[in-house]
Design a protein around this ligand. Structure first.
Ligand code: FNR
Length: 382
């Protein structure tokens, strides 16, 4: 109401409130190689397009004569009471989207200002400790790309715990990078070298493996880092992960209901249905089309969702399908590129404003009411 009402009074928002215009504005603001990195996906980007398009195959049916003049968008997640059901999905190298290079800190500040949690990527330009400090009373979850060296993984996890992160999000689908033509055709990452590895280059265990200061031989440090990956996690590794932390564990990248069931049976605290925004494998089914089966298979374990969410109405559909919380990726990276912390806050508030107004108009005072209503498949003529 605040944003829309002010707009009607002539106080227009500084930046676009819809994804299409936002992306166009970001396209003009970002260097071509940076845009390729953020905007790009796998193969011919079919899955990435489907992630967003498939939201149009589902609809929410409004209810009338219900008092939705006050809405409660809060959720409970991992014992935390959060004011909204949105979160920022992890984006590696997000520093490249920030004018000063400190994108991880910027998103932490945005998390603090909005109450929308951020998942801080392992591949950060700012070390975990600084991101944790920037969060203040905001909520952060730490996303782990798991290195082969378990001592290093445990060191990163311990540091995240100490820095105040509230959950460990273990990404499963990126032990190797997918086939991204734009990385080979367009992207050029001189800025990436070294900077992005701050979490590793400040890690005592990493320095032990390296055997010398990073500054002495940065090229070897980068090569050594590269050699630490390339092995998938398996179900057998879950017991080790459990023993490595008291934090709630979320598995990111679960798309099959059998995998969701197995994860729940093995005691994970959250199932994260995501196909990495179509960046890792092409030709797959849109993530939103897989969500309901994952929710059913997960029982009472909370399901987080991302991939293709571009608006408040997209978020509403994922919530109606049973997601406890909904993540966005590219939209907030664009917000950061065009407007820094304020740009991120703007994108989050725009999506939340649309979600809130949709719930008002459609007669859902609570997220439980929205979930009870569910979604209907859209029937098209012909
Ligand atoms: C990502 N994603 C990602 N995921 C993760 O677990 N760790 C990471 O470091 C990254 N890095 C990353 C960089 C960029 C530029 C993008 C766009 C995405 C995936 C991300 O967390 C999320 O799953 C998708 O971005 C969600 O899809 P949308 O909202 O971008 O369509």
């Amino acid at each position: 109401n605040e944003i829309y009402g002010a707009g009607l009074q002539g106080v227009r928002p500084k930046w676009p409130v819809d994804f299409k215009t936002l992306e166009a504005r970001a396209t003009a603001a970002m260097s071509p190689d940076l845009l390729s990195y953020v905007q790009g996906g796998c193969g011919d980007e079919f899955t990435q397009r489907r992630n967003a398009d498939a939201f149009h195959d589902w609809g929410v049916v409004p209810r009338m004569m219900v008092d939705a003049s006050k809405r409660d968008l809060s959720i409970e997640l991992f014992g935390l009471k959060l004011p909204t059901p949105l979160f920022m999905s992890p984006i590696g190298v997000i520093g490249m989207c920030a004018q000063d290079g400190h994108g991880d800190i910027a998103t932490a500040v945005a998390a603090q200002r909005t109450g929308v949690p951020v998942m801080a990527s392992t591949l950060a330009n700012d070390p975990i400790e600084k991101v944790g400090a920037a969060l203040g009373d905001g909520v952060g979850f730490f996303q782990l790309y798991t290195p082969k060296d378990r001592d290093l993984a445990e060191s990163l996890i311990r540091r995240a715990e100490t820095a105040g992160f509230k959950a460990l999000v273990v990404t499963l689908d990126t032990w190797v990078t997918g086939w991204r033509p734009r990385d080979l055709n367009d992207a050029n990452f001189p800025q990436l070298r070294g900077h992005v590895l701050q979490n590793y280059f400040t890690d005592p265990r990493f320095l032990e493996i390296l055997g010398k200061p990073v500054a002495e031989d940065p090229a070897t440090a980068i090569r050594t880092w590269g050699g630490l990956f390339g092995k998938t996690l398996t179900w057998e590794d879950l017991a080790w992960l459990r023993s490595a932390t008291k934090l709630p564990i979320v598995l990111k990248g679960i798309c099959h209901p059998d995998d969701a069931r197995r994860a729940v049976d093995l005691g994970v605290d959250g199932v994260f249905c995501s196909n990495h925004g179509g960046r890792q494998a092409n030709g797959g089914i849109a993530a939103i089309d897989l969500l309901e089966d994952v929710v059913t298979a997960s029982g009472n374990t909370p399901v987080l969702f991302d991939s293709g969410v571009r608006s408040g109405s997209d978020a509403a559909k994922a919530l109606a399908m049973g997601a406890r919380a909904v993540g966005i990726g590219r939209p907030y990276a664009y917000g950061l590129a065009i407007g820094g912390v304020d740009g991120v806050v703007h994108v989050l508030r725009s999506i939340l404003a649309e979600l809130d107004l949709l719930m008002a108009v459609d007669g859902f005072p609570t997220l439980a009411a929205l979930r009870d209503a569910g979604v209907r498949p859209v029937r098209r003529a012909g």
